[in-house]
Each structure stands twice: as structure tokens, then as C-alpha cells.
Design a protein around this ligand. Structure first.
Ligand code: BGC
Length: 411
């Protein structure tokens, strides 16, 4: 048996809009305007192996309204108890900006206290909180004044970050500043899929520029308010595999442009690098040609071993590394136990090869609201019944994870 180093973080992650319920922000507005369209367009998933079991939900407009989500805002104690039973010692969650600053410059102390209670409930269970400051949702007043393209956005974000760091004090050590800046910029500012549905390469570049500056200012604001805090990004990173010969060139360029662009522009502000891993791309004839031997309910290729390449690629910066997300939609839990085991086996190898890897946070603790796909993709280690809100650990995955945490990986 190979045991992970003492103090290794074994956790799970969520984000406010996806689990809390009752959020009133730019996404909740957009959902209402787009639910009918998203339901009608869902026939594009007809080819998925999971289609028969998901079509009823996917074609229902109600699926695309986040509503009470997993009601985690009210049920976090119960959820932390389940996390503790799985054996987790870390939990990543995000703060909902629209609750904290419902109007420009007006801080909602009740909401801040709510998160402080959550943090204390985690600490009581010896679960380390990893706080994400921004996981894509905006207060409505901010989205109506340009969102991340508002010239003042970086300063506004730094003000919000300072307020939180000051309020949380030494209760929080790990801050993940922005979740996947590149995915947000891609979907919201290049492909036009997510609010505010802007399109074009130039708008993508401008969005990234704003997020780089926002990250930088927020890190400084946090350190001013809590010099002991550790700050880092959570970037979406893919394994771009060279499919042979000259394909090494596009594979190299993709790695630089996708995996390393944001990291390198913000590097001196990182105390750790957060890695979100979902995708592997085999580059052949300059294109993505995956074998797709196994796929998730969403049709995403499952290639857990690719995480080793991504982590080793990030080890070059000499910083502590944390896998801040990795997971899959798998309602029946047929592939998740295997996926968790293979991921952790690959991660163990990175430690043997010298990577300073400190933790693994599975996405997700709970079934949640998967953005423009709504509720049909099921990412939870714990399933959530949409009608009763009843939680049930997905037994095999929870057992697999617990076994690895307590005993290690089989050789
Ligand atoms: C995001 C999550 C999302 C997950 C699965 C990540 O890119 O940070 O919010 O649910 O992927 O799509």
C-alpha cells in the first residue's frame, strides 16, 4: 500500500450558485430568460449514452432554473457531517458576492456571518476550508454596469476580497481567488454561451486582461488584511497529448496558451497553484482525436491518468500544487469509483516524481446545478433527491475514497 503524505488534503468542492439555493444574481436572471431555449436545444445531447435516462429532465425548462439548488445554504451542517463520514479533511466552497454586497458598497453582515458560521462548522470537524472568492456569478448591479468589463471591476473585486479577508481573519488560510478565468472568458466572452453572451476573440482577450488584474489586486488586498493567508488561482487545465511527429507543436502551443497563460501572468502572487482537471486532448493532424474509450453521462472522455501530465507540467513553477477540482457526471456511480482510484494513483506518481502536491478536492461533494445544463448531470459523491432534498452518499465512490484516504493506494 502506498499512503499519501501526512497532512495531505483529501476533500471535495462546490460553488455557491450551484448548491446554495436562493441566489439572486446575473445567472438567476439569465436562467429565467433562457430556460425554454435551453430545454428545446437539449435534443443536441440525443447521441449520449445517458440520453434515455436524462431526456425527461433535459427537455424540461424547470431543469434550467437553479432555484433552491441543493439547499446547501440551510443544510451545510448535514453536508459537512457526510463529508466527515467519508473521511474528508478539506472542503472548497465559494462565497456568493451577490449576498455579501447586494448594493454597491453596502455590506450584508448577516451573509458574512453565515459564511463565518460555515467556516467554524468545518473547523469544528477538522476540515480545512478552501474559500473561493469568485465562482462566476455577479451581483445584478454589477452585471448591469458591465460585469468584469466594467473598468472599475478589478478595484471592486479587490474591495470585496479585502472585506472578506478582514471579516474571516485567521479562520481562513486558503483563498482561491477566481475559479477558471479561462473557462468563464471562453463561454461568456468568446463563444456567447453564458451570460452576458458576448462573442469574439478580442472580447475574450479583454476579459482575460480584466481577470488577470482583478486576481492581482485581490491577492494584494487579502495579504494586507491577513498576512498569513495563502492565495492561488484554480485554473482549468487539460492534458494536450502529442499524437505523434509534428503534432508536438500544436500540443505545445495549446499547453502554453490554455494551461499556462493566466498562471504566468499572475505567478508572483501565487502561494499555490490550483488545478482543475477534466479534459484530455490527443492532438493528431493538428486536431483533437480522442479515443473516447470511456465517457461520462455528459459524453466527456474519461482519462484520469492525464492528470499526471498536467500536474508534472505545473511542477516546473516550484510552488505547492493542489488539485482544486476533478470529477465526472455519473448518476449511477458506475465509473466514479474507478475514476477516483485512477486519479489518485496518478497523483501518487506525481509525488513520487517530485511534485509538491498537497491535496485533491473532488468535484463535487453534492449533486448540483451544472450551469447551462441545469440539474441533469450528477457530479456528487453524495446524491441529492431533487424533490425531497434527501442526501445519499453514492456508496461505492464514498467507500473507495474513504479506503484510499485511510489505507492508501494498492501497489
Ligand atoms: C467548474 C464547475 C463545474 C465543473 C463541471 C468546472 O469547470 O468550475 O463549476 O460544475 O467544471 O463542469
Amino acid at each position: 500500500m502506498k499512503k499519501f503524505p501526512e497532512g495531505f488534503y483529501f476533500g471535495a468542492a462546490t460553488s455557491s450558485h450551484q448548491v446554495e439555493g436562493g441566489c439572486i444574481n446575473d445567472w438567476s436572471v439569465w436562467e429565467k430568460q433562457n430556460a425554454g431555449r435551453l430545454a428545446a436545444e437539449s435534443v443536441k445531447y440525443r447521441g449520449l449514452p445517458s440520453w434515455d435516462s436524462v431526456k425527461e429532465k433535459a427537455t424540461d425548462p424547470g431543469n434550467y432554473i437553479s432555484g433552491i439548488a441543493a439547499d446547501h445554504y440551510n443544510r451545510y451542517e448535514e453536508d459537512f457531517e457526510l463529508a466527515e463520514k467519508i473521511g474528508l479533511n478539506a472542503y472548497r466552497f465559494s462565497i456568493e458576492w451577490s449576498r455579501i454586497e447586494p448594493e454597491p458598497g453596502r455590506w450584508n453582515e448577516d451573509a458574512i456571518n453565515h459564511y463565518i458560521s460555515m467556516i467554524k462548522a468545518l473547523r469544528k470537524r477538522k476540515i480545512e476550508p478552501f474559500v473561493t472568492l469568485w465562482h462566476w456569478t455577479l451581483p445584478i448591479w454589477l452585471s448591469e454596469t458591465g460585469g468584469i468589463m466594467n473598468k472599475k471591476f478589478p478595484e471592486l473585486f479587490a474591495g470585496y476580497s479585502a472585506k472578506l479577508a478582514h471579516s474571516f481573519g485567521s479562520n481562513v488560510r486558503y483563498y482561491i481567488i477566481i475559479n477558471e478565468p479561462e473557462i468563464y472568458a471562453l463561454n461568456s466572452y468568446m463563444l456567447g454561451l453564458w451570460p452576458p453572451q458576448k462573442k469574439g476573440v478580442l472580447s475574450y482577450m479583454r476579459a482575460m486582461k480584466s481577470l488577470v488584474r482583478s486576481h492581482t489586486l485581490a491577492c494584494k488586498a487579502i495579504k494586507q488584511n491577513n498576512p498569513g493567508a495563502l492565495t492561488g488561482p484554480a485554473c482549468n487545465m487539460s492534458y494536450f497529448e502529442n499524437g505523434g511527429g509534428l503534432n508536438r507543436i500544436p500540443a505545445y502551443l495549446a499547453d502554453r496558451l490554455w494551461n499556462r497563460f493566466f498562471i504566468e501572468r499572475t505567478l508572483k502572487h501565487h502561494d499555490f497553484i490550483g488545478i482543475n482537471y477534466y479534459f484530455h486532448n490527443t492532438i493528431k493532424y493538428g486536431l483533437n482525436k480522442n479515443a473516447n474509450e470511456k465517457v461520462s453521462d455528459m459524453g466527456w472522455e474519461l482519462y484520469p491518468q492525464g492528470i499526471e501530465n498536467v500536474v508534472m507540467g505545473m511542477a516546473r513553477y516550484g510552488l505547492p500544487l493542489i488539485v482544486t477540482e476533478s470529477g465526472l457526471a455519473d448518476a449511477d456511480d458506475r465509473q466514479r469509483p474507478w475514476y477516483i482510484e485512477e486519479t489518485l494513483r496518478s497523483l501518487y506518481r506525481t509525488i513520487e516524481n517530485g511534485a509538491n502536491l498537497r491535496g485533491y478536492l473532488h468535484w463535487s461533494l453534492l449533486d448540483n446545478f451544472e450551469w447551462d445544463k441545469g440539474f441533469w448531470p450528477r457530479f456528487g459523491l453524495v446524491s441529492v433527491d431533487r424533490k425531497t432534498m434527501k442526501r445519499m452518499p453514492r456508496r461505492e465512490s464514498a467507500d473507495t475514497y474513504r479506503r484510499i484516504i485511510t489505507k492508501g493506494i494498492e501497489e
